[in-house]
Design a protein around this ligand. Structure first.
Ligand SMILES: Cc1cc2nc3c(=O)[nH]c(=O)nc-3n(C[C@H](O)[C@H](O)[C@H](O)COP(=O)(O)O)c2cc1C
Length: 464
């Protein structure tokens, strides 16, 4: 069997993910794996027709496709995203149509599922037959237990191809884009009350997204600063070199850092506006997100209000919504809202409501309690950094120490003593019977003091 491996890593042959592919090559010697470096070679692929045609020929001549990519900021690297955009723009989907496909990622398993869902949707859009995905932790290949499962994963893929297995489409085709609606009369501008509002976008003049950006800026009464992320002068996408690990300094000497310092850092209210390209925002936005990796694993939006404008069918793109939401909350922000240009919604009124709400919440200093992405993200990063990464990721280690983020439960000695004492007491039959019988009462008892003080707190907040 001929397998075209589409590698998404900008690191080319030095890619961790490709070592997993090499393992497959050794484990399945009867099959031919041909690697194309969509991530590493994206510049050449965009510019050189010959390189592009060569890659397409490799895909067209193969029996199946294995997407092999790292997870970058909850999705695939910007370079691979750009490759996928190119397939659409250059009308090259014929090379992919009908092929069986599988996805292999390496990562630390933080939002690996969204990267998989994205590629699954792309496979569906390209009329490929998506068999399944394997999410490997970047160190998994050293474990024999993983190796066994990995071989099974690939065996299933090969069998699906051999038996021409029926594969159902999981993600329906997307609706055609529609123009955002405007309010009948522009509503009165919102008083920004001294809050610094920044709107970042990648809108082309005259586009639906440009109309949304202008509409929102007008809602803030001209007090919002508006900037195009393409003016950051990024020389390229994150290279995955991790040289930033020591002191957060990126290997690129370009305008990204200055742009970040000028627009993102001072924002009280940060709005990010993009149009849907395939099943995510543009590769330019993805590159902007990837390059923020040089901030390290620290909450870069802590305390801010974050909002998004999405020009496109967001209601059909649950993965996009999940990533945007995850990005905001995992970075410590409050998600003030997402306005999309979907048909049936009054975009103009929604923009005004967003402007009002973002200012109000910013004045209050409201940040919603963390949900799963932020809680899980904290634990994953904490354990990974403590468990080994801190040898290299010095800046993260310093930050985690200074901000008490190494908050392992084992350090809560009071709780440990209470847990141990309760555990001993539970060995006494009478105590055990009582606890089992009155479990709901024991669960709410510690909350009673908080409820008793609620009125005082509400009165204090109301300034009474
Ligand atoms: C810019 C950047 C973003 C990353 N984002 C994520 C992420 O969102 N989730 C995750 O689990 N790992 C993330 N990682 C870790 C990589 O997925 C991991 O190191 C991967 O094994 C690298 O594979 P490669 O050597 O094939 O490029 C990120 C790494 C980089 C450099």
């Amino acid at each position: 069997m001929q397998i075209a491996v589409i590698s998404g890593s900008p690191k080319g042959e030095m890619s961790v993910t490709l070592q997993y592919v090499r393992f497959l090559g050794e484990a399945f010697p009867d099959h031919t794996f041909t690697v194309v470096h969509a991530g590493r070679d994206i510049r050449a692929l965009e510019r050189e027709e010959e390189a592009w045609e060569r890659l397409l020929a490799t895909v067209a001549e193969s029996d199946s496709v294995l997407w092999a990519t790292p997870v970058y900021v909850m999705l695939v690297p910007a370079q691979l995203k750009r490759f996928i955009e190119q397939v659409g723009e250059r009308d090259a989907s014929d090379a992919f149509a009908g092929k069986y496909a599988a996805v292999l990622t390496t990562s630390i398993r933080y939002f690996d599922h969204t990267a998989h869902a994205y590629l699954h949707g792309i496979c569906d859009d390209l009329s490929m037959r998506y068999v399944g995905s394997c999410s490997a932790h970047m160190e998994d290949l050293q474990s024999e237990a993983f190796q066994e499962q990995f071989v099974l994963f690939f065996t299933d893929f090969l069998e699906a191809i051999a038996e021409r297995r029926l594969i159902q489409r999981a993600y329906p085709p997307l609706a055609a884009p529609s123009a955002p609606s405007s309010p009948a009369a522009p509503p009165a501008a919102v008083d920004t009350r001294g809050k610094r509002v920044i709107i970042l976008h990648d809108a082309d003049p005259g586009s639906g997204l440009a109309a949304m950006v202008d509409g929102l800026a007008a809602c803030y009464g001209g007090f919002a600063r508006v900037a195009d992320i393409r003016d950051a002068g990024m020389k390229g996408g994150c290279l995955g070199c991790c040289r930033c690990a020591l002191d957060n300094t990126c290997v690129y000497d370009d305008g990204y850092r200055a742009f970040w310092e000028e627009y993102v850092v001072p924002a009280d209210i940060l709005v990010m506006a993009g149009a849907v390209r395939d099943r995510f925002l543009s590769a330019a936005w993805k590159q902007f997100f990837d390059r923020s990796f040089s901030n390290g694993h620290v909450p870069a939006f802590a305390g801010k209000q974050v909002a998004y404008l999405v020009d496109g069918p967001l209601g059909h793109l649950t993965t996009l919504r999940e990533v945007l939401t995850g990005l905001a909350v995992a970075e410590g922000a409050n998600l003030a809202g997402i306005v999309s240009s979907e048909p049936g919604g009054d975009t103009g009124a929604a923009l005004h409501a967003l402007a009002e709400r973002s200012v109000r919440l910013s004045v209050w200093g409201y940040v919603a309690p963390p949900t799963f992405p932020a809680v899980a993200g904290h634990k994953i990063f904490r354990d990974e950094i403590w468990g080994g990464m801190r040898a290299i990721f010095k800046a993260d280690d310093r930050y985690y120490r200074q901000h008490g983020l190494y908050d392992f439960p084992t350090r809560d000695y009071r709780k440990r003593i209470i847990t141990r004492a309760t555990s001993f007491a539970m060995a006494i039959p009478a105590v055990r019977r009582d606890v089992v019988k009155n479990m709901p009462a024991y669960m709410i008892r510690p909350l009673e003091r908080a409820i008793a003080s609620s009125r005082v707190l509400a009165e204090r907040k109301a300034g009474r």
